[in-house]
Design a protein around this ligand. Structure first.
Ligand code: IVH
Length: 746
């Protein structure tokens, strides 16, 4: 074929060859870079080869293979994951939590095989996500999650983006090979990614495993390609076209096929050998760059594996010894005090850095002063640190033998000289609280944390402002309260320095534009999100929801009669208790006082009764009880609260409720509402989230309760919800579905 008319100047045959050559070359360099850490060419040279391949694939689209190295950047987003039945079930593995259990396990192997020596391999248990990779004729056919062990989700497009997953296996590949292994993130890459996410205002992950699992569920492979996932093989499933006699043999095959094998690997045939390997691995694993949480012991011979067989969902030929969470001793250099959103002072242990479970730890939370006193933690102490699975470490206990003679008991107030470490304002402990607090509304530490709360995902969800951005905005004087965010010019944001003066790093135009856009959207977020975002003490998400049901918008909330009455009732009830002639801690001195107090008591009782009748129609749920009401009103009555409202007016922001239901019961009492006086309990999976049904029922005069009793009228049940269904039936409570509910509303 003449080649002159094709864009690349190649005939189809030539292109086929060239594409194959470039693919193999690129995959080789991939391996050298990611697997062997020994690159032979520069990034630039790699990019040139990559681009050449891309061009050829564009010119000859029918020659482009889904397993081309160009596909590692991620293809088109997908709708959802198909399911696939595993050709060989993906079993789980029995855990051994103590060395005695390892002894029993090995003795059982000896007994069942009738041999004194049982050759086994010992290898790390990687704390990642299990995956099955099926290769046919040397090409990756599909990748699947473990799922329930029988069927899993097909995640091929996502897995292709992982550089250490080979897309082709070369000429030594068996006809069919199912590689089993783990997908994970290295400690370092995980920490870096979390930091970057935080800077971009995205949610951070608790640990590398959660992060890997979350990433594999993404429906956009291009996003997956940006995450630092890795793969290591530790087993095989389906195998056709060759025989493998042992774990050792497939370990060798992995190496030959350039599939990253699980290492290090120990061989042993005695109990002593197994225990030695477990101890050696425990030493080694702390220096490995990813999380491991155990040692897997496997019978080496596949024939012996078959003899031993399975028990329910786990094989008898393998077990995982789980290491106890690592604990390390270190010196607690000092205790520093952090100031939270509401001014609460939290003590933090500043540690001599120690390497624990794969990361360097230099801080641990001490929760509050009471906890410090309970554990008697002092500055200069040697303490035991533990990191149990999660990333935030804890101080387990103090090693008092190593306490310096001059170590003084910790006293928070003295420690900070009675001043807030952020603003220097006075600190106080409120009656009945364990925490010290700074009450200065202008305190910068509080400002930063208020902004963090305001922008968080469950509040106004302002993507792009993470912890570091929030800190810098306050530090550079661009914001001292959340509403300031709405007035920072985009140009100013774009040049915000997130680094230091010596080593500047600007926020950038793209990020600034994104923030401005999400702020625009935040203006129209519903009232409940706004209430929650304000970060008022005691006002959580469920309180916010109830408050937004009771009020049309934020301005109505600020001057709410219902809340004032709720607060008033609580105050009067406290007073009533105090003056009661039957108050044992303050008994009346004589008969005269007794009668006077009885009179005052009766008056209060009447007043309380009147107020209760007044708000009764609103059926305020305990979510917005006296504590919430008082906290909210005291904010709106404060100077800070007044400023907040007038700023909102200036900014022309009017947060409005999306579930406002005025006085349901009053209307219900007049018989206008169809569900008047009826009590519902909701269970199971319905077509919409449960809070929506709750709002609907309440807006029609009904009540919704959390548990079934003989006073329940109806159980609204979706799919599932077994135990409540059983209870309803035993109490003869009517069980209805969505259709029946809708019929009742008509
Ligand atoms: S072998 C039948 N080896 O642990 C035995 N599993 O098995 C199959 N895991 O989710 C498992 N590291 O993905 C084996 N070196 C290792 C492993 C390992 C991690 C995971 C595996 C599975 C879980 C329980």
């Amino acid at each position: 074929m003449p080649s002159a008319d094709s864009p690349s100047g190649l005939s189809k045959d030539e292109a086929t060859q060239e594409i194959e050559r470039l693919s193999a070359e690129l995959e080789r360099h991939n391996r050298l870079y990611y697997l062997d850490a020994a690159p032979e060419i520069s990034d630039r040279q790699y990019d040139q080869l990559f681009r050449r391949l891309e061009e050829l694939e564009e010119a000859f689209p029918d020659l482009a293979s889904p397993n081309s190295p160009t596909q590692r950047v991620g293809g088109a987003p997908i709708e959802g994951f198909d399911e696939i039945r595993h050709p060989v079930p993906m079993l789980s593995i029995d855990d051994l939590f103590a060395e005695e259990e390892v002894v029993k396990f090995f003795e059982r192997l000896q007994k069942n095989l009738g041999e004194e020596k049982v050759p086994v391999v010992i290898e790390p248990k990687i704390d990642g996500v299990a995956v099955s990779l099926v290769y046919r004729n040397g090409e990756l056919d599909y990748a699947a999650t473990r799922g329930d062990g029988v069927t899993g989700d097909v995640i091929t497009a996502n897995v292709r983006t992982i550089q250490t997953v080979p897309l082709k296996l070369g000429k030594d590949a068996p006809e069919t090979l199912e590689v089993r292994g783990e997908i994970f993130m290295s400690n370092e890459a995980f920490a870096k990614m979390n930091e970057e996410r935080d800077e971009q205002g995205l949610t951070t992950f608790a640990n590398p495993r959660n992060s890997s699992a979350g990433t594999l569920k993404l429906k956009d492979p291009k996003e997956v390609a940006k995450r630092p996932l890795e793969f290591i093989a530790h087993g095989i499933g389906l195998l056709e076209g060759t025989e493998l006699e042992s774990v050792s043999a497939y370990h060798q095959l992995f190496k030959k096929l350039k599939i990253r094998p699980n290492e290090p690997l120990w061989h042993a045939d005695t109990l002593e050998g197994v225990l030695n390997a477990i101890h050696e691995l425990d030493e080694k694993r702390h220096h490995m760059p990813y999380q491991t949480d155990g040692a897997v012991i496997k019978v080496d011979s596949r024939a012996q594996q078959e003899t031993l067989g399975f028990r329910s969902r786990a094989p008898r030929w393998a077990a995982a010894y789980k290491y106890p969470p690592e604990q390390k001793e270190t010196v607690l250099k000092s205790i520093t005090i952090q100031v939270g959103r509401t001014g609460v002072l939290t003590p933090v242990a500043e540690l001599e850095p120690v390497f624990v479970s794969g990361t360097t730890v230099s801080r641990a939370t001490l929760h509050n002063e009471d906890e410090i006193q309970r554990k008697d933690v002092r500055e200069g102490d040697t303490v035991l640190i533990e990191k149990a699975g999660e990333i935030i470490p804890a101080v387990v206990r103090v090693n008092k033998d190593k306490r310096p003679p001059n170590a003084k008991p910790f006293n928070l107030y003295e420690h900070v000289n009675g001043q807030c470490p952020s603003c220097g304002g006075p600190i106080r402990k409120e009656e009945g609280f364990v925490a010290w607090r700074c009450f200065n509304p202008e305190c910068p530490a509080q400002a930063t944390n208020k902004i963090k709360m305001f922008v968080s995902r469950r509040a106004l969800d302002i993507e792009g402002i993470g912890n570091i951005v929030a800190e810098k905005l306050v530090e550079r004087g661009l914001a001292s309260s959340p509403l300031d965010l709405f007035e920072i010019p985009e140009e100013t944001l774009a040049v915000l320095n997130l680094g230091t003066d010596e080593d500047p790093r600007v926020f950038g135009e793209k990020n600034a534009a994104k923030v401005v856009k999400t702020l625009e959207r935040a203006r129209a977020q519903p009232l409940n999100r706004w209430i929650y975002a304000m970060g008022i003490p005691n006002v959580g998400e469920s309180a916010a929801r109830e408050l937004s049901r009771l009020h049309e918008d934020l301005f109505a909330l600020a001057s709410s009669e219902v809340l004032k009455t709720t607060r008033k009732i609580a105050e009067l009830e406290a007073e009533q208790k105090e003056i009661s002639p039957r108050n044992k801690s303050n008994p009346p001195a004589d008969d005269e006082e007794k009668q006077e107090r009885q009179k005052a008591y009766d008056e209060l009782k009447e007043e309380i009764g009147r107020l209760k009748t007044e708000i009764e129609p609103y059926q305020v749920s305990p979510d917005a009880g006296p504590v919430v009401s008082a906290s909210l009103l005291s904010f709106f009555e404060s100077e800070a609260g007044e400023r907040f409202l007038s700023r909102l007016r200036e900014l022309d922001i009017k947060p409005a409720s999306d579930n406002h239901a005025p006085k349901p019961a009053e209307l219900a009492a007049s018989g206008d509402l169809p569900l008047a006086g009826k009590t519902f309990v909701i269970t199971g999976t319905l077509s919409k989230p449960r809070p929506e049904f709750k709002d609907l029922i309440e807006s029609k005069g009904g009540k919704v309760s959390g548990s079934i009793s003989k006073n329940t009228d109806y159980l609204l049940a979706g799919e599932g919800g077994g135990s409540k269904r059983d209870k309803a039936e035993s109490l003869k409570v009517a069980v209805i579905g969505e259709d029946e509910l809708n019929a009742m509303l008509e």
